[in-house]
Design a protein around this ligand. Structure first.
Ligand SMILES: *Cc1c(COP(=O)(O)O)cnc(C)c1O
Length: 444
């Protein structure tokens, strides 16, 4: 397939009678000609939807708008578009209007865990920073569907400055994750300004960018963009491929440019019913990704956002997929399967079980083939009582190069020797509340 294949040429000429390859590959041309109506979609793809289907769809669009780049549209197989994975990710479905009992507008509590507009500070050492609220293509499975196309929410420079000031004021933040929307929707100059500001903060070690551009608009990855990004290293980029058909000559070229600029690449897929809920599809996808220097990072269970019920699978489907990958293909091709906790608890990894049983000196394990084996544990391990006095410890941690203060949190705190906490108790525990007069104090 050439970069400008027959199907692309056909779509390009319908948009612009003197479309040439240079226009097709111009990301701004692609943006200007994004498909935003059902009529346009039908005429460019050469398909015709039923009349009653159309009226249903129009209702969906009034709630969740449509936008597809001509490039991404060109990946749809018009002959069987209803089952096409690109069609399903980009074209609305009346099922989006079904709100089921457990659906939420903001299931991950991103707005609640937000100290200043645009920042979600959920984990101890890193923040999510929404620098753009627009995308070149509206994924039908977007977890932030509530905000899509909401033009009032495009963060202005002042708001972004407030986010940067927050990071500057919080020395514990060593990792800043730019997201959106899609940060690559910003101009090179504006993104350069944001990156320069963040880089000037001494405690920020790593900057990450989450973008779907390599998938839906690979021409956005220009030489100018990568040359700008590499001035701000270490910069990591995570993208979002869900199906092997999305790995095309153009998307490979975008990934090559990013990787050649020294940017470590990761991929975050979402497990979607009717799109990629198949071990064979996922194995092909992860293998193609590593072939293009992209490390599969997360496989997400579909969130409980409103309008996504038709995309959700049982958790067992994800476990089945991971089971089909571990041992069967390169270890670094296996993503971590996660459920992002409703209510804002963060990502929780879920795995098949490999530890079958254990005693005081032996564990029983099984491998991917079903072989059951044992591992004999040491008889002589001297458990050391760790009081976190690292200065006195025989292990070689240079304390001045380690994080300033070590405090364990959560289950790690329960495991630590030096902490007095012996249990974590929900706020609403009536028994404990009676005992303490209602302040929920739990550890004494
Ligand atoms: C996913 C996420 C991060 C980053 O998590 P990692 O596991 O480090 O990739 C940070 N903040 C928020 C709010 C997130 O959802």
């Amino acid at each position: 397939m050439s970069i400008f294949d027959g199907r692309q040429q056909d779509i390009a000429e319908k948009i612009d009678s003197d479309a040439v390859r240079s226009k097709w590959q111009d990301w701004q041309w692609q943006m200007r000609h994004s498909i935003r109506s059902i009529d346009r979609f039908e005429s460019l793809l050469g398909v015709q939807l039923d009349a009653d289907e159309r009226s249903q769809l129009q209702k969906t669009l009034d709630t969740f708008p449509l936008s597809i780049t001509p490039y991404y549209l060109s990946l749809i197989n018009a002959e069987d578009y209803k089952n096409d994975p690109v069609f399903k990710q980009s074209f609305p479905s009346p099922s989006e209007l079904i709100i089921s009992e457990y659906d939420m507008a903001d299931p991950l509590a991103e707005d609640t865990d937000s100290p200043v507009p645009g920042i979600t500070h959920r984990y101890p050492d890193r923040v999510l920073f929404h620098v753009s609220n627009v995308c070149s293509m509206y994924c039908r499975h977007c977890t932030r569907k509530r905000k899509v196309g909401d033009m009032d929410r495009i963060p202005v420079r002042d708001e972004v400055s407030e986010g940067i000031a927050y990071i500057r004021a919080h020395p514990e933040v060593r990792d800043v994750l730019l997201s959106g929307g899609d940060p690559f929707m910003l101009t090179d100059e504006y993104l350069d300004w944001i990156l320069t500001q963040i880089r000037s903060i001494p405690h920020v070690e790593v900057i990450r960018i989450g973008t779907r551009m390599p998938v839906v608009l690979p021409y956005r990855v220009t030489d100018n963009l990568v040359n700008m990004l590499k001035k701000h290293h270490p910069v990591w980029v995570n993208t979002h491929f869900n199906h092997p058909v999305e790995i095309t000559t153009s998307s490979k070229e975008a990934l090559r440019k990013l990787a050649d600029a020294g940017i470590p690449l990761g991929n975050q897929s979402v497990l979607l019913a009717g799109v990629n809920d198949c071990p064979r599809i996922m194995k092909t996808l992860v293998q193609k990704l590593v072939h293009n220097r992209v490390r599969p990072y997360y496989l997400y269970q579909c969130d409980l956002s409103e309008g996504l019920s038709h995309f959700r699978t049982p958790v067992g489907k994800g476990i089945e997929i991971i089971e089909s990958l571990i041992g069967h293909t390169s270890g670094f091709a296996v993503p971590t399967y996660v459920i992002d906790a409703p209510g804002g608890g963060g990502k929780i990894p879920v795995m098949p079980n490999y530890l079958i049983s254990w005693s005081t000196n032996k564990v029983v394990l099984r491998n991917y083939e079903g072989v059951i084996t044992t591992y004999k544990e040491p008889d002589s391990y001297e458990p050391v009582f760790c009081d976190r006095n690292c200065e006195r410890c025989d292990l070689h941690l240079k304390v001045d190069s380690a994080e300033d203060e070590y405090r364990s949190v959560g289950i790690a705190e329960l495991l630590a020797n030096q902490d007095e906490v012996i249990s974590l108790v929900p706020d609403s525990n009536e028994r404990i509340n009676r005992r303490t007069g209602g302040d929920g104090e739990s550890d004494s």
